[in-house]
Design a protein around this ligand. Sequence first.
Ligand SMILES: Cc1cc2nc3c(=O)[nH]c(=O)nc-3n(C[C@H](O)[C@H](O)[C@H](O)COP(=O)(O)O)c2cc1C
Length: 177
Amino acid sequence: MKIVVLMASPNVNGSTHLLTEAFTEGAQSKGHDVQVIDVAHANVQPCTGCVACGYEGPCILHDSMDGIKAAILSSDMIVFATPLYYFGMSAQLKVVIDRFCSFNSSLHAKHMKSALLAVAWNSDAWTFEALSLHYKTLVKYCHFDDKGAILGTGCGTPSMTRHSAFMEKARALGASL
Ligand SMILES: Cc1cc2nc3c(=O)[nH]c(=O)nc-3n(C[C@H](O)[C@H](O)[C@H](O)COP(=O)(O)O)c2cc1C
């Protein structure tokens, strides 16, 4: 199947990238076609809330989101890859998700598979509570078929992440598809 990964860390060689790479290797080993989009460095303007699109129609903004939208709508699975920022997703990812507004119905109708890859410095049991709940709510609302979440606690630097069990977990998630 075709998988699109929205990689939303500004650090191109950081921990989010490492989990994305491991997941991609696993998925490719099973013959899946994986496209990783560096949404953190894409030119995506925030939704203006004008609702000219009527939640399904042309957006008044024309930027990198045109290509990201096309990639999502031609894929079978969407993967959100983000560092934990103040206990939520990165702003770079939230901006992209808000722009789903103009293809809300098409997205829901696709019943895409989905997954979450996330890294954080903290190791407390509650570290990912808010992000997990947000992801689960998006799954419900967007009619996604959740395939799993890798919640990398204690992944504060690339070295910590490389030596963590989450690399293998991300690879295994990709290979499980
Ligand atoms: C703006 C900012 C906010 C952060 N907020 C949190 C946080 O709320 N909880 C946490 O455990 N780590 C937090 N971190 C740490 C990052 O999630 C962590 O270092 C992660 O590995 C960064 O991933 P990257 O290498 O892909 O950038 C924050 C880092 C930054 C720069």
